[in-house]
Design a protein around this ligand. Structure first.
Ligand SMILES: NC(=O)c1ccc[n+]([C@@H]2O[C@H](COP(=O)([O-])OP(=O)(O)OC[C@H]3O[C@@H](n4cnc5c(N)ncnc54)[C@H](OP(=O)(O)O)[C@@H]3O)[C@@H](O)[C@H]2O)c1
Length: 234
């Protein structure tokens, strides 16, 4: 039985990845702040797929929370095979209009949260020869107006992925770079028209499922996917 840890699993892309991996028989460890949502998802997945699902409160912006979460996961499962560092958020607007609080929140979650999550499971992933899959964004290597704070945190997350990879060749680091996805991201609501350029979170999850099925000697260093309705900008 393979074990996958997913951060930000309470909705959006993280929830969809949890649902997709449960179909493939993974035991799951789900983390987010919305524990009620996690509980509901865990119950559904255990019932539908007969997989073991552990969930626990996780705030990746707090080192002690990541420590507690990872300890509980490792106590429960021993080791883990896949860690999906997905938790993230975005504040948008002109750079000079971002507040200190907004910028700090993105740094804490999108950069330090990824670093803390991987750090906490690194030794376990080394033991299993596992995969750390980090959800960055198509903007982790390009620039857009009105997103400079968010974009800079995703460039930084990309730098973390690359450096972790160089320093730990025995773990495979996958950078997943979705374009626009129809979730609750940045205060929006699911149900946005496809023609506006959004992929569905289930489509991202299906891609993750395919990537994780590749043989163990394949390292998917980065994988970018966007809707055909999203303008191809690089
Ligand atoms: N949607 C897009 O267009 C898009 C495109 C490219 C990349 N992404 C990236 O995809 C990832 C998931 O975003 P999404 O689109 O699924 O957004 P979403 O629907 O808003 O979901 C975000 C998830 O992150 C969790 N989260 C936020 N802050 C957290 C914290 N401090 N600690 C733990 N969990 C936290 C949320 O759970 P709680 O609130 O329950 O903690 C939620 O489960 C993010 O990294 C985002 O940057 C999104």
């Amino acid at each position: 039985m393979k074990v996958a840890v997913i951060t930000g699993a309470s909705r959006g892309i993280g929830e969809s990845i949890a649902r997709a991996l449960a179909k493939d028989g993974y035991a799951l460890a789900l983390g987010a702040r919305s524990v009620d949502r996690l509980k509901k998802i865990a119950q559904e997945l255990a019932q539908e797929h007969g997989v073991e699902v552990f969930y626990h409160h996780l705030d990746v912006s707090k080192p002690e929370s990541v420590e507690e979460f990872s300890k509980k996961v490792l106590d429960r499962f021993g080791d883990v095979d896949v860690v999906v560092a997905n938790a993230g958020l975005g504040h948008f607007g002109r750079l000079e209009g971002l507040t200190e609080e907004q910028f700090h929140e993105m740094i804490e979650v999108n950069i330090l949260g990824v670093w803390r999550t991987i750090k906490a499971f690194l030794q376990s992933l080394k033991r299993t020869g596992g995969v750390a899959l980090v959800v960055t964004s198509d903007v982790s290597a390009r620039f857009i107006p009105y997103g400079g704070g968010y974009v800079s945190t995703k460039w930084a997350a990309r730098a973390l992925v690359r450096t972790f990879q160089i320093e730990n060749p025995d773990v495979r680091f996958f950078e997943l770079r979705p374009g626009a996805v129809d979730t609750y991201f940045a205060g929006s609501k699911p149900g946005k028209p496809k023609e506006q350029g959004y992929l569905k979170p289930e489509e991202i999850a299906e891609a993750v499922r395919c990537l994780l099925r590749l043989p163990k000697d394949v390292r998917v260093e980065e994988f970018m996917l966007r809707s055909i309705y999203q303008k191809p900008e690089y």
